[in-house]
Write a protein that binds this ligand. Structure first.
Ligand code: FAD
Ligand code: MG
Length: 321
């Protein structure tokens, strides 16, 4: 059969087009993910841990299980509410050999105690109990009682035996409370575990302590900070590979004779911190730093708090009056 030149050209174009379409089809089938639209899916999960709600959001289905397992591991070591935790044992015995996690967080707490001139102090535990913040049985102690309890306070009275991970209190009756730093540390541990499992995008909110790992489909995670009233928001931030921690006087407090007493204690006076700020948010590279600094700055107030923050150049602070 003979074709004229025009028909032959059309046939060749058809053949080449068919060949190109087959090639494209083969390429797409073998190189693109099987279900491309699932890439925009986020998984959400929450769990009650450390007396607060932990919420995890991630494109990875496995992220929340990894975060919760790590937070639970840290809670079992550091919670003063768990009788067999390393912290409870140390508080009972006054001297104890602890794991490297527990040793590390106590050492870090002591460093921040020194840098904050004593405003951040994990040995506030007897004062937290005296004011009734551990069992929600709030009361105003007598000045005499406060003065006597203050003798048990001061992180310079913790001896750290570096060679064998033994922690020792200099004064019998001393106790520690990691409520102002342990959630931040648990966030850092959880993030390390996620990275070990090749999960690089995840947002964790542990009752106001946040870590934003990576991003959300190429846009940074956006977080809102709760205001002093339950329904309002103090501000919002976009975060990538950063932690944000907020400490304030509006969640755990009681009123007596028109005065508000909150759960953050000034270890230098023995009284709940009375600064003119409602809350402080700290953004830092590590959860442990953000958590401890927000507590410390709340105690120190605006002027001294800003001075303390200068010693951590990578951090950003926002104080809400
Ligand atoms: P932050 O400002 O971060 O910390 C304030 C807390 O730090 C205070 O509540 C006090 O504990 C301590 N603190 C007070 N003053 C100072 C100071 N000057 N320096 C250093 N620390 C200070 N709560 C429960 O009700 N039930 C539980 O089972 C429970 N388990 C927990 C387990 C763990 C491991 C941790 C860390 C906390 C647990 N909590 C529990 C406590 C609860 O979640 C607290 O409300 C929380 O730790 C306070 O954190 P925050 O972010 O509100 O305030
Ligand atoms: Mg804190």
């Amino acid at each position: 059969m003979a074709f004229n030149v025009r028909t032959r050209r059309i046939l060749i174009i058809f053949l080449i087009s068919g060949w190109l379409i087959s090639l494209c089809y083969y390429f797409l089938r073998t190189h693109l993910p099987k279900q491309p639209f699932q890439a925009s899916q986020l998984y959400r999960d929450n769990r009650l841990l450390m007396g607060t709600i932990w919420e995890v959001v991630s494109p990875s289905k496995q992220a929340s299980a990894i975060v919760f397992a790590e937070a639970l591991r840290i809670e079992q070591l550091l919670s003063k509410y768990i009788p067999l935790s390393e912290i409870s044992q140390l508080n009972r015995l006054g001297k104890s050999k602890v794991s490297s996690d527990t040793f590390y967080i106590i050492k870090k707490s002591q460093e921040i105690y020194r840098l904050s001139q004593g405003a951040f102090d994990i040995t506030v535990a007897p004062l937290v109990d005296l004011w009734g913040f551990s069992d929600q049985n709030f009361r105003i102690p007598s000045d005499e009682n406060i003065r006597a309890t203050l003798k048990l306070v001061g992180s310079d009275k913790i001896i750290l035996h570096q060679n064998n991970n033994v922690v020792e209190f200099k004064i019998p009756g001393m106790r520690i409370d990691l409520g102002g730093i342990a959630k931040g540390y648990a966030l850092d541990c959880a993030v390390n575990k996620l990275k070990e499992n090749n999960i690089n995008n995840c947002l964790i909110n542990a009752g106001g302590q946040i870590y934003a790992l990576g991003d959300k489909f190429k846009t940074p995670w956006k977080i809102a900070i709760q205001g002093t009233g339950k329904s309002e928001f103090a501000g919002s931030y976009t975060l990538k590979n950063k932690s944000a921690s907020t400490s304030g006087n509006y969640e755990q407090f009681f009123f007596k004779n028109g005065l508000r007493y909150c759960h953050i204690i000034d270890p230098r006076t023995g009284y709940p911190a009375q600064t003119q700020i409602a809350s402080v948010t700290v953004i830092a590279d590590y959860g442990i730093i953000a958590d401890a600094l927000s507590t410390a700055i709340f105690v120190l107030g605006k002027k001294d708090g800003k001075e303390l923050a200068k010693q951590f150049p990578e951090t950003e602070i926002k104080i809400y009056p």
